[in-house]
Design a protein around this ligand. Structure first.
Ligand code: C2O
Ligand code: CU
Ligand code: CU
Length: 498
């Protein structure tokens, strides 16, 4: 039994000001604040994506078979929803590999349109990256292969076809990619028991239980759903059996930002961000994730208690930010602790290595201004390589949000260091390795990046806003990593397309 979502018709000052001449806009603004706390039934066990089962090829590589399929998923009572998934009808299995391992994939496109699978956060050759230059036609199979070489981290995979990423992710193509390494820390590590993947996404359903991809009128970011699902489960609960639980939170939404915290404001330890473990745990009671970002947190539970993970309002975007969900308060997942909990160890005091790129040594400085669906005034073009970075040099990139909407900035093939946020020291959540950095309206952030392998003068990697509608509309550019003495080349096939 699911109760109807509740919409709080709160006429705040922002709403009242625009009522009058723009009465309809004012109504939209006022109606846009959603509060589902206490309204979600939490009556469905949280689905835990299965671990993909690799085979070994003769060379010893782990081979994962992924098939992109269309299907139907029963999210709620009534009609099943038409969805896409990987090896199933919705979302995909969790891929897991250790640092140093060779991984190989067969990605078969069983859909009736071209798409791609991109390995978000992974260091890998550009031809294996799965961006818009590696689209897989219907019925075809793509076979990328590379050696995993980066610290343990929660990465993910999702489609990246030119101009259609938002729609393909919304239909259900996404999964987690967990990298393990040998830094054997005392963190909870039993998958699905005390180490829980949480792919958090919002959806809207139409009267027929089908995904509604209509974006809010006057909204700036794309589809904002009024239902939150975790791993494809609406109203999920998770039965806690150990005192400490590690949650791998992934914002798998295309537009919505989550500001996670618990119903009783209990503190938790943030232990990892996009690129892996933080130098030390940071105790907090809130963690904000913009689309594409990840965070690993460790939470302590008491025997027999029940506590809910929520998303709280985030102070972004002024009054109009309500249209894009920033004022919403949402129930996300209920945790129900058993009467007896297994003991775990404590969260280690020292974890990953702190990023320490030397900005003073930067071989190049670049500036990227995001606004109007463009970066530096230019929309993404498949055949245009915007620049080349020299392998094994450090660069400093300044990223600027010069309009009134939320953006973020994601770079393929690298984990970078945030040097400063609007001139100030980054907050603890941005002090570890990142591949996606939030960019609040008006903000100017500086990043240090170093590309130490995988040169290719012709095949580009992407950098873009991870608000998927913005990416699709052209807020994206392309760069190549150049070896010694190489110059920027030409995208293969660029001329064939005119
Ligand atoms: Cu998560 Cu270019 O992507
Ligand atoms: Cu990516
Ligand atoms: Cu954007």
């Amino acid at each position: 039994m699911r109760r109807r979502k509740a919409i709080a018709l709160t006429l705040g000052i922002g709403g009242a000001l625009v009522l009058g001449p723009a009465g309809f806009y004012g109504y939209r603004l006022a109606a846009a604040k959603l509060d589902t706390v206490g309204e979600v039934a939490f009556d469905t066990p949280l689905a835990v994506p299965p671990l993909a089962e690799p085979t070994r090829d003769p060379s010893g590589a782990k081979v994962f078979d992924l098939e992109l399929r269309s299907g139907r998923t029963q999210f709620a009572d009534g009609a099943a929803t038409a969805t896409w998934g990987v090896n199933g009808a919705f979302l995909g299995p969790t891929v897991r590999a250790r640092r140093g391992e060779e991984v190989a994939f067969t990605v078969r496109n069983g859909l009736d349109e071209a798409t791609s699978i991109h390995w978000h956060g992974m260091r890998l050759p550009a031809v294996m990256d799965g961006g818009p230059h590696q689209e897989v036609a219907p019925g075809e199979t793509w076979t990328p292969q590379w050696t995993v070489d980066q610290p343990a981290a929660t990465l993910w995979y999702h489609p990246h076809p030119h101009g259609k990423t938002a729609a393909h992710v919304y239909r259900g193509l996404a999964g987690m990619f967990i990298v393990d390494d040998d830094a054997d820390l005392n963190l909870p590590r039993t998958y699905g028991v005390d180490d829980v993947p949480m792919i958090v996404q919002d959806r809207k359903f139409d009267g027929d239980n089908q995904f509604d991809d209509g974006a809010p009128l006057f909204g700036a970011l794309g589809v904002i759903g009024d239902r939150v699902m975790v791993n494809g489960t609406l109203g999920p609960y998770f039965d806690v059996t150990t005192r400490l639980v590690r949650l791998r939170l992934l914002n798998g939404s295309g537009a919505r930002t989550y500001h996670f915290g618990f119903g009783d404001d209990r503190p938790f330890s943030l232990v990892a961000t996009d690129g892996g473990l933080l130098p030390e745990p940071w105790e907090t009671d809130r963690i904000r994730l913009t689309p594409g970002e990840r965070a690993e947190i460790v939470v302590a539970f008491a025997p027999g208690e029940t506590v809910d993970l929520r998303s709280y309002p985030s102070d972004i975007g002024g009054p109009a930010g309500r249209l894009d969900g920033f004022a919403d308060r949402l129930d996300v997942c209920r945790f129900r602790a058993a009467e007896r909990l297994g003991e775990g160890t404590e969260v280690p005091a020292a974890m990953g290595a702190a990023p320490a790129l030397d900005a003073a040594e930067a071989a190049a400085e670049r500036s990227f201004t995001l606004g109007g669906d463009k970066i530096n005034g230019e929309a993404m073009a498949m055949e245009r390589i915007d620049f080349g970075v020299r392998v094994d040099t450090t660069e400093v990139w300044e990223v600027v949000n010069d309009n009134g909407f939320l953006h973020n900035f994601h770079v393929h093939n690298v984990q970078f260091q945030v040097l400063d946020v609007d001139g100030a020291e980054p907050p603890p959540a941005l002090r570890g390795w990142k591949d996606t950095v939030p960019l609040m309206p008006g903000e100017r952030n500086r990043l240090a990046l170093r590309f130490s392998e995988h040169t290719d003068p012709n095949v580009p990697y992407m950098y873009h806003c991870h608000v998927l509608k913005h990416e699709d509309e052209g807020m994206m550019g392309q760069f190549v990593v150049l070896g010694e003495g190489e110059e920027v080349g030409e995208v293969p096939g660029a001329h064939a397309h005119g």
